[in-house]
Design a protein around this ligand. Structure first.
Ligand SMILES: NC(=O)c1ccc[n+]([C@@H]2O[C@H](COP(=O)([O-])OP(=O)(O)OC[C@H]3O[C@@H](n4cnc5c(N)ncnc54)[C@H](OP(=O)(O)O)[C@@H]3O)[C@@H](O)[C@H]2O)c1
Length: 225
């Protein structure tokens, strides 16, 4: 699989480059960053089987237009607002596109458990404390918003930006007499890059539409029993 990397100099992008160089089956055919020229983007997209993007929303939207024109699938993990996600979806009419706020599989298992808890514990208050490195641009994290969304509009979110943390999400259901805590910690960024790579392999050949990580997981479960 020939991969084009958007955000190649970034924290996640550099780990993705390492994974691709270690891999015997995939190769990187190009990478772009904030300093790249439009011609470099065109050339990379033309030469790729699939694009993986961890960058900034403006770059994601530009790459999506070029990917759509060249009919190349796109997997993106860039944190996007609802508006940007809407713009992204409407500019990708001809390609399969997968966006996920978090490429950790345990985070998505946690989300499904939160939905179950919310049904069974309707009288409990729910909060998410998310902690990330001090240079993270968005707050609250897209993952915290996604987790809160599983429970409902009364969820509270607290954001902490400190040091070099890769990403902690601590979810609490708090009642009058007891409290349930479910938490996830990203120990490094390899999990994000490898999750995106697995999704990239999966998305090639799919019909044009917006896919989620849940679509990928559903197929994986069906394939492996
Ligand atoms: N979905 C997930 O699992 C997951 C996990 C972690 C992070 N994220 C998200 O992924 C995104 C990237 O995170 P990060 O920590 O790797 O960020 P980062 O270290 O700030 O890297 C951002 C990358 O985007 C590039 N970039 C900036 N403007 C660009 C442009 N106009 N065109 C092309 N590339 C451009 C930067 O290039 P320069 O070096 O030239 O500035 C850099 O390579 C963020 O939105 C973050 O929230 C998602």
């Amino acid at each position: 699989m020939k991969v084009g990397v958007v955000g190649v100099t970034g924290r996640v992008g550099t780990v993705l480059v390492e994974l691709l160089s270690e891999s015997g089956e995939h190769s990187m055919v190009g990478g772009i960053s904030g300093n790249s020229r439009p011609q470099e983007l065109e050339r990379m997209v033309q030469n790729s089987d699939v694009l993986i993007d961890f960058s900034v929303p403006a770059a994601t939207l530009r790459v999506a237009e070029v990917a759509d024109r060249h009919r190349k699938p796109l997997v993106t993990g860039t944190s996007l607002s609802e508006d940007d996600l809407g713009r992204l979806t409407s500019s990708c009419r001809s390609i399969p596109l997968l966006h996920s706020c978090n490429f950790s599989i345990p985070i998505h298992l946690m989300a499904s458990f939160l939905r179950k808890c919310a049904k069974i514990l309707p009288d409990f208050d729910f909060s998410v404390v998310e902690k990330h490195h001090s240079r993270k641009k968005d707050a609250p994290s897209s993952t915290a918003l996604f987790l809160a969304d599983q429970v409902g509009p009364k969820s509270q979110i607290v954001s902490v930006r400190s040091g070099g943390l890769c990403g902690d999400h601590i979810c609490d259901f708090i009642g009058e007499d007891e409290m349930l805590t479910i938490s996830h910690r990203a120990l490094n960024r390899r999990l994000f890059a490898s999750g995106a790579l697995r999704c990239a392999r999966w998305i090639i050949g799919k019909s044009p539409k917006l896919y989620s990580l849940e679509d990928f997981l559903e197929d994986e479960v069906n394939c492996h029993g």
